[in-house]
Design a binder for this molecule. Sequence first.
Ligand SMILES: Cc1ncc(C[n+]2csc(CCOP(=O)(O)OP(=O)(O)O)c2C)c(N)n1
Ligand SMILES: [Mg+2]
Length: 278
Amino acid sequence: MTIKQLEQKANAIREDIIRALVKAKSGHSAGPLGMADVFTALYFHILKVDPKRPDWKERDRVVLSNAHICPVLYASLAHRGFCSLLAFKNTLRKFGSPFQGHSNNHFNLGIETCGGPLGQGLSQAIGMALAGRLDQATWQVYALLSDGELDEGQTWEAIMMAGKEKLHNLTAIVDRNNIQIDGFTENIMPLEPLADKWRAFNWHVIEINGHNMREIIDALNEAKTIFEQPTVIIAHTIPGKGVDFMERKFEWHGKPPNEEEAKLALQELKVIGQKLKN
Ligand SMILES: Cc1ncc(C[n+]2csc(CCOP(=O)(O)OP(=O)(O)O)c2C)c(N)n1
Ligand SMILES: [Mg+2]
């Protein structure tokens, strides 16, 4: 796919996130919209995966640690052909649906882990990366984390461990959107200087604009060329990206749009989509 096509795909994914959330009547809006570009780059350009064989041994592994942003994972998997897009839009958060409010690995949809309790994903990803190294495997592990969950001590134990083990087959991607559940990260638990902290734990650090498709792809490709360290990509994103009244507002961390708000959001995304066609 070209950069333009990837941008169009990310916009379509944002539209389907809104459609699923309004129907679910609960869920998280800001994080999923903010990470749509990164997920599109992963699932449509970078990852070695096969939708027909979700458990293919040679697949790259994706661990979604901040599992509350799973609508963007589900929408990406559905667009990539791992599962039904209609089922995602109609059954998000419904009892018995594979598309629960936090992602889980019970349905063979290409989801590696169960999430929900923040702070655990990097440790899970390290286990996979160590196993891959033992097997001399070529597949990569991608751990998606949020900035809010960097408040969890376990994350820093994991960062220290991966640095010590020089896990070059591991790439962490931090959704640096500056918000958490009820406020701005720098007011609740300041994280800066964030890049320096990862560097001090012996990681290769790349900072990017998480909405610039070229930068996202270049960073993910650069990560594959680093052989002495694990890489972290700090993706600066705008929570709620694409929907003006949601952007940068922590109030949209954990609520869905109502019917009226969804209509407005879809109108805005339609305009963006039309611009991307020209
Ligand atoms: C261990 C743990 N503590 C608390 C929560 C409740 N919780 C869910 S999301 C969240 C905010 C975390 O911040 P972030 O992931 O950066 O939020 P976002 O940027 O997606 O809005 C919290 C505290 C949780 N899921 N797990
Ligand atoms: Mg955040």
